[in-house]
Structure formats: structure tokens, C-alpha cells
Design a protein around this ligand. Structure first.
Ligand SMILES: [Zn+2]
Length: 229
């Protein structure tokens, strides 16, 4: 029995979950194989050489485990990936939370979770308008899929195509934070006809929060994008 592969649920680096059913031996070669089942779609059953199970693969220029052990029992609701992040250990920063095909989700975390300090709603709203405007008008505008607030008011989700590298994402977010922290004048898209709550904006607090995030990003490197570091 391979000690490093225990039965249970594993998350593939592309985001899907699988259940390891057995470790088995190929009768012809005596090679050890993992028998596992997809926990999505048609729940297909697969085998893969055990030697490949714990390999690392390259994803967006960083090394990640092909399969990560999630737990022993299947949960009735598969936990969405952002809830699997240990929020007790998070620091301010930018993190890749998931990859779906060629779309990468970046969590832009302005605040340490559960520390009593959150971005005020009106400032969140203003940052959302300015951040989306900046990113969509940047040189990577064609690769921006989505920009939106986290409901916990600790940060934003930015979804980008993977043709933009980690270093470039950090760079453009840093410039976006500078843009917001220096912004004066009329907030883009804040006419009554353009926005769902046009009176609820706070540029002063938006600028403060963006400046704080800018300082975090000043020393940021692509290695820091990984949650499991
Ligand atoms: Zn709005």
C-alpha cells in the first residue's frame, strides 16, 4: 500500500473533485495504480499510475500538486473552493483562488478576514466602479472577464484570462490602486441611469483603502499568488 495515497476525496488542480477508491496492481507489470472516480458529470471511473498521483504540474508558471487531499468523506454539498481556504491564516494580498479552463480567479484581499475592519459598503461600491473601469481600459482589458466585490467586504474578485501572467496581473492591480488612491472628480458610471445605487459612493474611503492595498502590492511577487504557500 502506498502510504502517501490514502482513500478519500482529492481535488484536481483544474478544480474538479475525485474519490480515490482503491490502490491496485497491474497484473502484467505489477505497477501500482490508483482507481478513482470523478465526483462530477458521469462519475466515470479511472486508473492512473500511483507514481503520477503526487506529482506536481505547472500552472500559470507555478508548481502545484496535481491532486490535493480534501478529506475522507464526500460532502453532500461540495464545498466551493474559496470556502476551503483557511480564513484564519489569510493576509492582505492577491491570491489565485481557482482556475476554470483558461480563466483565473484572483482574490484581491484588502482586509484580513474577521478582524473587525471591513471596507465600508459605499467605498466598496466606489472601488468597484474605479477598479473595473481601470482594468477594462488597461492593456489587458480584453482579458478581463469580471470584477466584483466580496460579500464579506474584505476585497474583490478579479477574473482574468490566463494569457496575462501573474507578474502582469500584480502590476496592473498595483497601477489600478494608485489610480484609485489619486482619483479626483466624477466616479465613472455613477449616473442614476448607469448604476443601481448611485447615491451610495464614498471616494474618500475608497482612496484610503486603495492606498493601503497599493502598499501591500508594492512588495508583491508572483510566488505570493499561491494560497498554499
Ligand atoms: Zn454602481
Amino acid at each position: 500500500m502506498n502510504e502517501e495515497i490514502k482513500p478519500g476525496i482529492y481535488r484536481h488542480f483544474k478544480g474538479n473533485n475525485y474519490k480515490v477508491l482503491y490502490l491496485a496492481k497491474n497484473s502484467e507489470t505489477l505497477e501500482q495504480v490508483v482507481v478513482y472516480q470523478a465526483l462530477y458529470g458521469d462519475n466515470g471511473i479511472w486508473v492512473r499510475p500511483a507514481s503520477m498521483w503526487n506529482e506536481t504540474v505547472e500552472l500559470n508558471g507555478r508548481k502545484v500538486k496535481r491532486f490535493t487531499f480534501v478529506g475522507q468523506e464526500p460532502v453532500s454539498f461540495s464545498k466551493i473552493k474559496s470556502f476551503q481556504v483557511d480564513h484564519d491564516k489569510l493576509k492582505k494580498g492577491v491570491y489565485i483562488s481557482r482556475t476554470d479552463g483558461d480563466i483565473v480567479t484572483y482574490d484581491v484581499r484588502f482586509k484580513v478576514p474577521n478582524c473587525g475592519d471591513y471596507i465600508p459598503s459605499a467605498a466598496m461600491h466606489t472601488i468597484e466602479h474605479l477598479l473595473a473601469t481601470y482594468l477594462r481600459n488597461s492593456e489587458y482589458g480584453q482579458s478581463v472577464i469580471y470584477v466584483g466585490p466580496m460579500g464579506c467586504r474584505t476585497g474583490f474578485y478579479v477574473l482574468m484570462k490566463d494569457n496575462v501572467g501573474g507578474n502582469e496581473v500584480i502590476g496592473v492591480l498595483k497601477r489600478a490602486m494608485k489610480f484609485i488612491s489619486d482619483f479626483e472628480g466624477k466616479i465613472p458610471g455613477s449616473e442614476k441611469s448607469e448604476c443601481g445605487n448611485y447615491l451610495e459612493h464614498d471616494l474618500v474611503k475608497a482612496r484610503e483603502n486603495a492606498l493601503d492595498m497599493y502598499r501591500v502590492l508594492e512588495k508583491y511577487t508572483p510566488e505570493m499568488l499561491n494560497y498554499e504557500r
